[in-house]
Design a protein around this ligand. Structure first.
Ligand code: FAD
Length: 364
């Protein structure tokens, strides 16, 4: 990932607020990062990727998240698509898709449906085999990056189990409609996707026939760790802005940082950033070691980091006062973006339920 941070700084510069306002990241920014393999840096070198460890990719994800949560969201989707293909796909499918994802193309992953949000077992999208083709029918909602994507990894029912299918956005029967004015990560290209009798070669089906929730858990593991690291980035951006402001703004004859109640806010922000970073490092270590703890560690990282980011961003707004009350200010964006992190990839409550199940089933 050498030089990657400089490239991101060059490409993003001070434009994140403008992208947030217009709801669009310029396509050449996304294509440039994709062509360098940076939107899914964990793709193995043998498949044309950078082969980054989860720890290295995580720190890079946090860096991108500190600059622009919309861009980080697109990165999470691309990485989750690549991971799903890597985990569920055959060797020919790896060869067909992964070099494209590390070489300039863009992807999204669609699970959620109008009646299947937290409860993905209510999913009704079907992938039906018809000789050497499949037909995909269904409605997906809130698919991050779908507005930009060349391909959408769609999860649906397949026979008595489930599968994912790689759907080119340009395939007949695919309609991508942008979600109007999302409250945060506004330039992440969220869209609803209608799949109306989309006929594809059967070779587009990944992991056909496994239990739905097993497939979902596999794909979401990447999304969770990526969002968690993104939240570390949000906290770092908030901490930087809050301490910079508290050092330089004077009220009642002394720096804000010298008022103890403001200093406590800074201590809380630093604590949030450190807690989130440590749980993410632990999850990435489990990931890189292939530890059986990985699934629980990623849920823990996502739950803790999202809650800390939402609280930390609110604290940063408090420290900045009216300075953060301008639309597009880094802390104002963080406040809106962080709240959404508590909803996605398994809301805070759903993560808590998974952690509670784990706690109950742990040996004494
Ligand atoms: P609901 O499931 O209706 O939940 C509403 C509330 O009830 C939440 O607080 C939830 O925690 C709580 N709740 C639900 N069930 C329980 C329970 N059993 N116990 C306790 N509390 C419960 N989807 C995709 O497929 N791909 C994407 O790329 C994607 N990106 C997204 C990006 C953003 C910014 C947003 C907002 C959503 C995105 N989604 C995506 C959808 C997202 O995964 C869902 O919003 C999420 O799963 C929650 O579903 P829901 O919004 O329908 O809320």
């Amino acid at each position: 990932l050498a030089g990657a941070r400089d490239l991101v700084d060059d490409l993003v510069g001070d434009r994140a607020a403008e992208w947030d306002r217009t709801g669009l990241i310029p396509e050449e920014v996304l294509r440039t990062l994709s062509a360098r393999g940076l939107l899914c840096a964990g793709v193995p070198e043998a498949s044309g990727g950078l082969g980054a460890s989860s720890a290295a990719n995580g720190e890079f994800t946090a860096f991108v998240g500190s600059r622009c949560s919309s861009l980080r969201s697109v990165m999470t989707s691309q990485g989750m698509a690549a991971w799903t293909i890597q985990r569920l796909g055959s060797a020919p499918q790896h060869a067909a898709y992964l070099p494209k994802l590390a070489g300039g193309q863009l992807a999204a992953v669609a699970f959620s449906e109008p009646e299947a949000g937290s409860d993905l077992s209510a999913m009704t999208t079907t992938i039906e085999r018809d000789d050497d083709t499949v037909v995909v029918r269904g409605q997906k909602v809130w698919t991050t990056a779908a507005h930009y994507a060349d391909m959408i990894v769609v999860v649906g029912r397949y026979g008595s189990g489930a599968a994912a299918v790689v759907v080119p956005s340009s395939a007949p029967g695919v309609t991508v409609t942008r979600v109007a004015q999302p409250s945060g990560c506004r330039a992440a290209g969220h869209a609803n996707v209608t799949l109306d009798e989309v006929r594809l070669p059967a070779t587009a089906v990944l992991g056909g026939g496994q239990p739905l929730m097993l497939l979902v858990t596999t794909a979401l593991a990447y999304g969770r760790i990526s969002v968690a690291w993104g939240c570390v980035g949000i906290l770092r951006a908030c901490l930087d802005a809050a301490r910079g402001h508290a050092r330089t703004r004077t009220q009642f004859g002394k720096r804000l940082a010298d008022h103890q109640l403001v200093a406590r806010h800074l201590a809380n922000l630093l604590t949030s950033e450190q807690i989130a970073a440590r749980v993410c490092e632990h999850a990435s270590r489990c990931w890189d070691e292939g530890s059986p703890e990985m699934v629980v560690a990623t849920v823990l990282a996502k739950q803790v980091s999202a809650v800390q980011a939402a609280q930390g961003a609110a604290t940063a707004v408090q420290v900045l006062g009216s300075a953060a009350a301008h639309e597009g200010h880094v802390v104002e964006r963080a406040y809106r973006d962080a709240k959404l992190m508590e909803l996605i990839e398994g809301s805070t409550e759903i993560c808590q339920l998974i952690l509670a199940d784990h706690a109950v089933s742990m040996p004494a």
